[in-house]
Ligand binder design. Structure first.
Ligand code: NAI
Ligand code: 15L
Length: 268
C-alpha cells in the first residue's frame, strides 16, 4: 500500500515549512519533528536527533520518513558529527527497530561539490559520478548515503537519497539557475520517492527541469518524477543583476560553488 502517515523531520526548517504546505495535497498525514518548535503546530514533536527514546516514539506507526533535520550548512566537525552523522544513525536505528519501510533522505549537491560544473552545452553530471564532498557538511551527507545503503543491504530498509540542489521559492544567484529545485517540484519528487516501487537504495538528483541543468535527472525520472519548473524564467533578471557566470571564478568552477571556497557557516 502507498504510504500515508509520514514523519517529517526538520519540519521547522526552510524545506520543512514548504513541504508542510504542499505535501498534504498528495494525501499524506504528516507527523512533524524538529529540535525547535514548529510555528503554528502545537502537536509537533520537539526533540533533538540525539534523543533516541523520542525518535523511537516519533517513528512508531509511520509508513515512511522524510528526513530533513540536521545542520544544513558548514560547521565544525564535532557539531556535524553529532547532528548529521550520529543523528541520522539514531533515526535509522529507530526506523529499523520500529519496522519503518522507507526513508527519503535529504542529501545534497555538496556530496559532489568539488566536481567541475559542466560547461554550457556539456551533459549534466551523472548520479554515479565519484563523490567529492566540499565540506564536513557534504561529507556528512555522503555518510548518510552510505548508511542508507547499509540499512538496505543489511536490514531491507529502503531509502531514496535526494541530492538536493538549491530548494528556494526562487533562485537567488546565477549558480542556482543550474541547481534550482522549485518547491512544487520538490513535493513532486518527494511524492515519487515515497511511492515508487522497489527502490532499494536509490540516489537521485533533486533539481527542476532547468535549461542550464548541471545534475542529471535520469534516476529521478525513473522513480516517476516529472519536473515542471525551469529556472530560466529568472535568468534575465539574475544575469542583469549579477553578470554572466565567470568560469574563472572558483564559485562557478565547481558544483558546490562558494561552499568550495568560502562555505556559509551554521549560525547556531
Ligand atoms: P534548515 O536549516 O532550514 O532546516 C533544518 C532543520 O533541522 C531546522 O529546522 C533545525 O532546527 C533542524 N535541526 C537541526 N539539527 C537538528 C537536530 N540535531 N535535531 C532535530 N532537528 C534539528 O534547512 P533546509 O534548507 O530546510 O534543508 C533541509 C534539509 O535538506 C537539510 O538536511 C539540508 O542539509 C538539506 N538540503 C537543503 C538544500 C536547500 O537548498 N535548502 C540543498 C541540499 C540539501
Ligand atoms: C545546501 O546543501 C544547503 O543546505 C542550502 O542552504 C543551499 O545552500 C544549497 O545547498 C546550495 O548549494 O545552494
Amino acid at each position: 500500500p502507498a504510504p500515508r502517515t509520514v514523519l517529517l523531520t526538520g519540519a521547522a526548517g526552510r524545506i520543512g515549512t514548504l513541504m508542510r504546505d504542499l505535501l498534504p495535497d498528495y494525501g499524506y498525514a504528516l507527523r512533524l519533528l524538529d529540535m525547535r518548535p514548529v510555528e503554528g503546530e502545537p502537536d509537533a514533536i520537539v526533540a533533538d536527533l540525539a534523543d533516541r527514546d523520542a525518535l523511537r516514539e516519533a517513528v512508531r506507526g509511520v509508513d515512511a520518513i522524510i528526513h530533513l533535520a540536521g545542520i544544513s550548512l558548514e560547521a565544525s566537525f564535532e557539531k556535524i558529527l553529532k547532528a548529521n552523522i550520529e543523528g541520522t544513525y539514531h533515526l535509522y536505528e529507530a526506523a529499523r527497530e520500529e519496522g519503518v519501510r522507507r526513508i527519503v533522505f535529504a542529501s545534497s549537491n555538496h556530496v559532489v561539490g568539488h566536481t567541475p560544473a559542466p560547461a554550457p552545452g556539456e551533459p549534466p553530471v551523472p548520479v554515479g559520478t565519484p563523490r567529492r564532498p566540499d565540506t564536513f557538511y557534504g561529507l556528512s551527507k555522503s555518510f548518510g548515503e552510505d548508511l542508507a545503503q547499509l540499512y538496505w543491504d543489511r536490514h531491507g530498509l529502503e531509502t531514496v537519497s535526494v541530492r538536493i540542489g538549491s530548494c528556494f521559492p526562487e533562485p537567488t544567484s546565477v549558480r542556482m539557475l543550474s541547481l534550482w529545485l522549485s518547491p512544487a517540484d520538490a513535493a513532486r519528487l518527494f511524492h515519487a520517492a515515497l511511492t515508487a516501487e522497489n527502490v532499494g537504495h536509490t540516489v537521485v538528483h533533486g533539481v527542476s527541469a532547468n535549461t542550464r541543468l548541471w545534475l542529471d535527472l535520469t534516476s529521478a525520472r525513473a522513480l516517476g518524477y516529472e519536473p515542471r519548473d525551469d529556472s530560466e524564467q529568472y535568468a534575465g533578471k539574475l544575469i542583469a543583476e549579477q553578470g554572466e557566470p565567470d568560469p574563472g571564478d572558483p564559485a562557478h568552477r565547481c558544483i558546490g560553488g562558494h561552499f568550495v571556497t568560502d562555505p556559509p557557516v551554521w549560525p547556531y
